[in-house]
Design a protein. Structure first.
Length: 88
């Protein structure tokens, strides 16, 4: 009788451990996809900020410090978007 109940306990523990091992890779994959999406967002933002700064410098209506500040603001917005993606 003791062997049968012992076997049930061992089987239950094995099943519980197996369920935990299955859920970890799924979570890790999802998290990796979020990180990659955030990286892609930041890279697109870098390209956009470069273009915005170049356009600002070509125009005569803004000074260089104003163009730099515009670039900083655009980069910060992109960083916030990337943070939002990772927090989902």
């Amino acid at each position: 009788m003791f062997k049968k109940s012992h076997l049930v306990v061992v089987a239950t523990l094995a099943i519980a451990a197996g369920v935990q091992w299955v859920s970890v890779p799924v979570y890790a994959t999802e998290q990796g996809e979020q990180r990659q999406e955030a990286r892609d967002t930041k890279q697109e933002g870098r390209d956009e900020t470069r273009e915005a700064k170049e356009a600002c410098k070509e125009g005569d209506e803004s000074s260089r410090p104003e163009c730099r500040q515009e670039k900083r603001d655009t980069k910060e917005e992109t960083r916030e978007e990337a943070r939002d993606i990772k927090q989902q």
